[in-house]
Write a protein that binds this ligand. Structure first.
Ligand code: NAD
Ligand code: MG
Length: 382
């Protein structure tokens, strides 16, 4: 029985992970964590009987405690709770499906305790990859990618000589606004941005997909996961989302992973790697598909991608600024306090005023995040 913990169990990746637990008899859920969705967490506790359940919000933890007093599950709260389950003895694999930089400390704690990481929480690697990857190597811990593109790259490198990788071809659907120009993006609403053509995901990553910030974060994530330079990562827009990414080798050969756009495949692959368990679901039908198309991304309109290359080139704490400013800007956009294109302006402004800290510690990363939030708040007050 493989024992798993899930950070972010009530979200898009979290609930799909639990679907995989349901359809495979040999996974045991020992810990769950979520932000504030008490009702869903109670349901999950009654179905999966974890040893621990963590709620971020204190009032949610109190409410949950009362609701599940008749079960054997212990309720914990906040960062202390996340750190406690990250290192618990009765867990082999931690699925990091939390959204945002809140995942950094629990992920580091889990690696220190020797847990395998199934990583969905890309913000963690973007900001703290320079700490996480060497630590994982030192502790001989596997970081198995859950993000579909990175899972595809990982699968395309299986059994290959890593020194012969020439470049990574990171595919992108282009999002709901592909083909639009700046003038057409002025009046984009929250509803427009949440209408992704191929993938159903959490709200933040769906907005990130529409700005191409998600692809920017994924370039940085790929740099850390696979040890490649950003200039060797080429983003290719592929609107059908059938090829999930590719790797080109020194001889010109290209390996790709294809499949329907369904996150359950990469999640399950990470949970059972190197096995490929059977999975129900729609299959790619090449007679129906008939064509796959490819384009260059429009980085002038969708500045999220070019700003990521810029952030990673500046290095140190700059990817944290890129990520934190985006987290804050997307939250403001979802609250309808700023317009769509202002997301880019806020990221750019935050990056321009930042003095890079080389090799930032976890504390410095979190201080940088706080400073960026403050900067954006202050710039909106004037
Ligand atoms: P989501 O918004 O659907 O779910 C987020 C989960 O995190 C929820 O369970 C929420 O309760 C929990 N959470 C939020 N703040 C928390 C806190 N402070 N403490 C504890 N729990 C907290 O998000 P998602 O779409 O599932 O994405 C999760 C992560 O996976 C993100 O980093 C995203 O970039 C990445 N990812 C998602 C997908 C996808 O298809 N959804 C694909 C690739 C990568
Ligand atoms: Mg992805």
């Amino acid at each position: 029985m493989k024992k798993i913990g899930i950070l972010g169990s009530t979200g898009s990746i979290g609930t799909q992970t639990l679907e995989i637990v349901r359809s495979n008899g040999d996974l045991q859920v020992t810990a769950l964590a979520a932000g504030s969705n008490v009702r869903e967490m109670e349901r999950q506790i009654r179905e999966f009987s974890p040893l621990y359940a963590v709620m971020w919000a204190p009032e949610s933890a109190d409410e949950l405690k009362k609701k599940v007093a008749d079960t054997g599950t212990k309720v914990l709260q906040g960062m202390d709770g996340l750190l406690k389950i990250a290192v618990m003895e009765q867990m082999d694999v931690l699925v990091t499906a939390i959204v945002g930089m809140i995942g950094i400390r629990p992920t580091i704690a889990a690696i220190q305790a020797g847990k395998t990481i199934a990583l969905a929480n890309k913000e963690t690697l973007v900001t703290a990859g320079h700490i996480i990857m060497p630590l994982a190597a030192e502790k001989k811990v596997s970081i198995l990618p859950v993000d579909s593109e990175h899972s595809a790259i990982f699968q395309s490198m299986h059994g290959e000589n890593k020194d012969r990788v020439r470049k990574i071809l990171l595919t992108a659907s282009g999002g709901p606004f592909r083909g639009k120009k700046r003038e057409e993006l002025l009046d984009i609403t929250v509803e427009d941005a949440l209408r992704h053509p191929n993938w159903s995901m959490g709200r933040k990553i769906t907005v990130d997909s529409s700005t191409l910030v998600n692809k920017g974060l994924e370039v940085i994530e790929a740099k850390w996961l696979f040890g490649v330079e950003p200039e060797d990562i080429q983003v290719v827009v592929h609107p059908q989302s059938i090829i999930h990414s590719m790797v080109e080798y020194a001889d010109g050969g290209i390996m790709a992973q294809l499949g329907m756009p369904d996150m359950k495949l990469p999640i399950q692959y990470a949970l059972f790697y190197p096995d490929r368990r059977p999975m129900e679901g729609k299959r790619v039908d090449f007679y129906q598909l008939s064509s796959m198309t490819f384009e260059k991304p429009d980085t002038e309109t969708f500045r999220g991608l070019s700003m990521a290359y810029d952030a990673v080139a500046k290095g140190g704490s700059m990817p944290t600024v890129y990520n934190a400013a985006n987290e804050k800007a997307v939250a403001l956009f979802l609250e309808r306090k700023i317009r769509f294109l202002e997301i880019y302006d806020l990221i750019q402004g935050a990056m321009e005023q930042h003095k890079v800290i080389q090799n930032p510690s976890v504390e410095e990363i979190l201080e940088t995040e706080a400073a960026v939030y403050e900067y954006i708040d202050a710039s909106r007050r004037v």
